[in-house]
Design a binder for this molecule. Structure first.
Ligand code: PEP
Ligand code: MG
Length: 536
């Protein structure tokens, strides 16, 4: 019996099943030499492989938007030029050229400050893998063929792997690499598969078929457990199944407070795929669509048309309400195709609405796309990182300009579209009443609000214990925002992580919060907490 502990949970839950070791194919490039007169042939080979990869990704992109992003990267100029340049230099064959270029591009992502962007390195490597598999004509282990309960154990899993897994049979996932914001974590959470990532040494400790017990709530893994330990895990699993059945009973119950106020339960998403996965949670809408992912997972600033397609799909999928936050990029979130000047204090720097207002053409492209999509459902526009009434006035004026343009062009949009704002800076709290007169709604971004109120960097592990959204100063700020909003009849929501924390429900209801927006996995739990609160 071997016991392993992990300190971070990627997707909560208990699982007991035999290990299924996923072996990656050997993608080391073959080292054949290319003579001058064979260079053209190598270029053609790359062209063939690229066409095959794009065709495969196009197919996958129809079912999952992660692959739409992959398609854009695979078709990207940098990748293409990197590979062809290496082939043309006569020093590399096509396989070596692909491997080196992909490493180079992936390294750029790997060095980014933002954890989410660093994880995108996996996407680039996944695309590289696809190219090399085709190039080397390799047959890979097929995760789609799993037909009995297993816990998949792998060095890392890429989107192209996880998308094939059937959650009916894949009871758990353990990976040696990957972080809690990696795709494997996101997918596992969305499908409700318990997962632990970053499990050092797991591949040496597990053999195919070994029985594994995993508790992805507290981060424990036991390989080949003793009978008594197995019995313990079986009990945990039974309890979990019961808890989930119990929670599901609440799913179609109305979250109404003891005073009879109907609370909205919404989700935070980064793409339309996540909306699809959230729909069966009986949600009231999307409280935060983080549009930056559309920009970050692209090879260029997305065009109006490209954005329109996405926002329209979001509105169609969730006609009740989709709150689209305008671009929140900059600081620690960078773009692969745009060079940001280095900054001493990125979180206090050129980010979010500051960029949009400084680059009005970029801003207008996004606003026009949102406005055009607004006739397909109930879309709301939300501005991030506001600190002054002047900024809000400017953002609204640019929105009006776009509306005027669309009217002139005869393009329909929702004339009554609401424009609201994130409340995530101390300045917005102190000016909440003034803002409430001008903004149609508020959404409290506790992730940033906590870091700015407490002067504690949200990403600094060393001071993580000081990052406390329950700090009285943060709660006071939340109270001030809600009171100011209500004074002017504005709906006040929250889309920071605190909204998905069941331990905060009591306090937030007491303060009068109207809408809770969170990751889909938390909705059932928050709904139950709201209903239980009313019955207390
Ligand atoms: C927040 O700051 O709470 C928020 C929801 O925005 P983000 O986490 O994207 O900065
Ligand atoms: Mg924020």
């Amino acid at each position: 019996m071997v016991e392993i502990r992990v300190d971070k949970t990627a997707s909560r839950g208990i699982a007991i099943a035999p290990a299924y070791l996923y072996q990656e194919p050997d993608l080391t490039p073959d080292h054949y030499v290319v003579d001058k007169d064979q260079i053209e042939q190598e270029e053609e080979r790359f062209g063939e492989v690229k066409r095959a990869v794009l065709a495969e990704l196009e197919q996958l992109a129809q079912e999952n938007s992660i692959f739409a992003a992959h398609l854009a990267i695979a078709d990207d100029f940098t990748l293409q030029e990197g590979v062809l340049g290496r082939i043309r230099s006569g020093e590399k064959n096509v396989q070596q050229a692909i491997a080196e270029t992909v490493e180079e591009v992936a390294a750029i992502f790997g060095q980014m400050d933002d954890e989410y962007m660093r994880e995108r390195k996996a996407d680039v490597l996944d695309i590289g893998k696809r190219f090399l598999i085709k190039c080397k004509n390799i047959k890979v282990q097929d995760l789609a063929a799993i037909q009995e309960p297993v816990i998949v154990v792998a060095r890392d899993l890429f989107p192209s792997d996880t998308v094939k897994m059937n959650p009916k049979y894949v009871k758990g996932i353990l990976t040696q690499e990957g972080g809690v914001t990696s795709h494997v974590s996101i997918m596992a959470k969305n499908y409700g598969i318990p997962a632990l990532t970053g499990v050092t040494g797991i591949l040496e400790k597990v053999q195919n078929g070994n029985r594994i017990c995993m508790d992805a709530k507290s981060g424990k893994i036991v390989v080949e457990p003793e009978e008594s330990v197995l019995a313990e895990y079986k009990k945990l699993l039974e309890e979990e199944v019961k808890e989930q059945e119990n929670i599901r009973k609440y799913r179609f119950m109305e979250p109404v407070t003891s005073e009879g106020k109907r609370i909205s339960l919404c989700v935070n998403v980064g793409n339309t795929e996540e909306i699809k996965l959230a729909l069966d949670k009986n949600i009231d809408g999307v409280g935060l669509f983080r549009t930056e992912f559309l920009y970050m997972e692209n090879s260029h600033f997305p065009t109006e048309e490209e954005q329109f397609v996405v926002y329209k799909e979001a509105a169609n999928l969730c006609p009740k309400e989709v709150t689209i936050r305008t671009l929140d990029i900059g600081g620690d979130k960078s773009l692969p195709y745009y060079e940001f000047d280095p900054e001493e204090n990125p979180f206090l720097g050129w980010r979010a609405i500051r960029i949009s207002l400084d680059m009005p053409e970029l801003f207008k492209t996004q606003l026009r796309a949102i406005l055009r999509a607004s006739v397909f459902g109930h879309i709301r526009i939300m501005f991030p990182m506001m600190i002054s009434l002047k900024e809000l006035a400017q953002a609204k004026a640019i929105t009006e300009e776009c509306k005027e343009e669309l009217r002139r062009e005869g393009i329909p949009f929702d004339e009554n579209i609401e424009t609201g704002m994130m409340m995530e800076t101390p300045a917005s709290v102190l000016l909440a009443e003034e803002f409430a007169k001008e903004a149609d709604f508020f959404s409290i971004g506790t992730n940033d609000l906590t870091q700015y109120i407490l002067a504690v960097d949200r990403g600094n592990k060393k001071i993580a214990s000081r990052y406390d959204p329950f700090h009285p100063a943060v709660l006071k700020a939340i109270e001030m925002i809600i009171q100011a909003g209500h004074k002017y009849n504005r709906k006040v929501g929250m889309c920071g992580e605190l909204a998905g924390d069941v331990n905060a429900v009591h306090k937030l209801l007491q303060l009068g919060l109207d809408e809770f927006s969170m990751s889909a996995g938390n909705v059932d739990y928050v709904r139950k907490a709201v209903i239980d609160e009313a019955q207390r």
